[in-house]
Design a protein around this ligand. Structure first.
Ligand code: NAD
Length: 419
């Protein structure tokens, strides 16, 4: 059972980062007003039948933040903490993420306030089909293209695609990405976010003169992103000294056997009871002695409370919004380098873009081709962000926002405002 705690507006925090970069870009007030408001927010009820026969109603959301560069793009989250505020923040981040890696997409995000760990496959399927049916008019390959996020899976994307296709009376695989391979998914999509995090982190480590061999890494969250990041760092010779999931953390100064931890989590559906390290709390995990810290769970994990005690030299944000603006300020002052979420975890949406392209062409690429193109996109835009950071003497996060905002504003100015 997952519990949810919400204190301050996630969207409010997200805007704070935007404002910092907008000020450095001298963005005119009208454009600022436009970019700090979502284009469209949709809230709806999702009635469905429990396996027991009981009728239940959940709340569903889809926020389409910006369409200047293309169709809205962003995942669907199933979690008890899903609110309109959170989904709006996530859609806002997607706008900048797609722009920072130069994809022809705007930003969107969706979610259902529910605890998927307590739902059967049948219940999940009924919720997903109703969610998709409610959005039939506003999603589509040229309108808004969802994908998986926390609590959703390739199978859930398959039900979404099937429901949409049934309503359209035709096969429309490109309405959603992160699908299973059998129905138009892309090779390499499952690993893409973690692969992208590893690529930019290794590039930054090189800049900082850190050799992968023996580098101590801590990863918070052991789902799609966290587990892949762990195994990719381990492959490069890093020592993964801490891992965690919602049930708690595990520390082993000699290094955790990531393959064994993944096998354990797959068999038991969580790390609970894992014996490859000492049991610690998620709070303690973030303060462990290490070189690289990868928050890959949820928002607001690094705050004013723990930022002064973080021991890592480098933080790569696998999750969206894991660092509050106040914590970010402390980390910057302490000289800890942060690779921001909109750049660090953009590998997932990049391969989602490749999937959309492949579906539309009806021609599928080899995995090596996908990985090679992903590496090109990540390295090229990481270098651009790094150059802006050096030239303007700003942290990587501000530089990433500056690059992304500039690209979105260029598209908006070129299109003009239809008023
Ligand atoms: P997931 O559902 O596969 O895994 C989430 C993991 O976080 C699980 O191991 C869960 O137990 C753990 N977790 C949840 N609450 C926690 C807590 N309070 N403390 C510690 N661990 C906790 O989700 P995911 O797809 O791996 O996504 C993780 C993060 O990465 C999210 O912020 C998501 O928005 C972001 N992200 C995901 C993708 C993607 O392609 N999957 C792409 C970009 C960004």
């Amino acid at each position: 059972m997952i519990t949810a705690v919400r204190e301050v507006s996630v969207f409010g925090d997200a805007i704070a980062y935007f404002n910092e970069a907008a000020a450095l870009l001298d963005l005119e007030p009208g454009m600022r007003r436009l970019l700090t408001r979502p284009s469209r927010q949709i809230i709806f009820s999702i009635p469905f039948q429990r396996d027991s026969g009981e009728l239940e109603v959940f709340t569903g959301y889809r926020v389409q933040y910006n369409f200047a560069r293309g169709p809205a793009k962003g995942g669907i989250r199933y979690h008890p903490g899903v609110t309109l505020d959170e989904v709006t923040a996530l859609a806002f981040w997607m706008t900048w993420k797609c722009a920072v890696v130069d994809l022809p997409f705007g930003g969107g995000k969706g979610g259902v306030t529910c605890d998927p760990t307590t739902l059967s496959m049948g219940e999940l399927e009924r919720i997903t089909r109703r969610y998709a049916a409610e959005l039939v008019e506003v999603v589509g390959p040229d309108k808004d293209v969802p994908a998986p996020d926390v609590g959703t899976t390739p199978q859930i994307m398959a039900w979404f695609m099937d429901t949409y296709s049934m309503h359209m009376r035709q096969h429309v695989p490109s309405v959603v990405t992160g699908k299973p391979l059998a129905i138009g998914g892309s090779r390499g999509r499952v690993e893409a976010t973690g692969r992208g995090v590893s690529l930019v982190t290794l590039a930054q480590m090189e800049r900082m003169g850190m050799s992968p061999r023996g580098t101590r890494v801590v990863v918070q969250g052991f789902g799609n992103v966290g587990s892949i990041v762990g195994s990719m760092f381990a492959e490069r010779g890093c020592s993964i000294v801490g891992i965690s999931d919602v049930t708690g953390g595990y520390y082993n100064s000699k290094g955790i056997d990531i393959g064994a931890a993944i096998a354990y989590a797959q068999e038991h559906h969580s790390l609970d009871g894992y014996r490859g390290g000492d049991r610690i709390t998620n709070d303690a995990l973030l303060e462990l002695p290490c070189d690289v810290l990868v928050p890959a769970a949820l928002e607001k994990q690094l705050t004013v409370r723990n930022a002064p005690r973080v021991q890592a030299k480098l933080i790569a944000e696998g999750a969206n919004g894991p660092t509050t603006p106040e914590a970010d300020h402390i980390l910057n002052q302490r000289g800890i380098v942060v690779i921001p979420d909109i750049l660090a975890n953009a590998g997932g949406v990049t391969v989602s873009y490749f999937e959309w392209v492949q579906d539309r062409a009806g021609y599928f690429w080899r995995e090596s081709e996908v990985n090679e193109r992903l590496a090109d996109v990540m390295h090229e835009n990481f270098a651009r962000v790094g150059d802006i950071a050096t030239m303007r003497n700003v942290p990587l996060r501000t530089a990433a926002y500056m690059l992304a905002i500039d690209r979105v504003v260029q598209s908006m100015n070129t299109r003009g405002v239809y008023a």
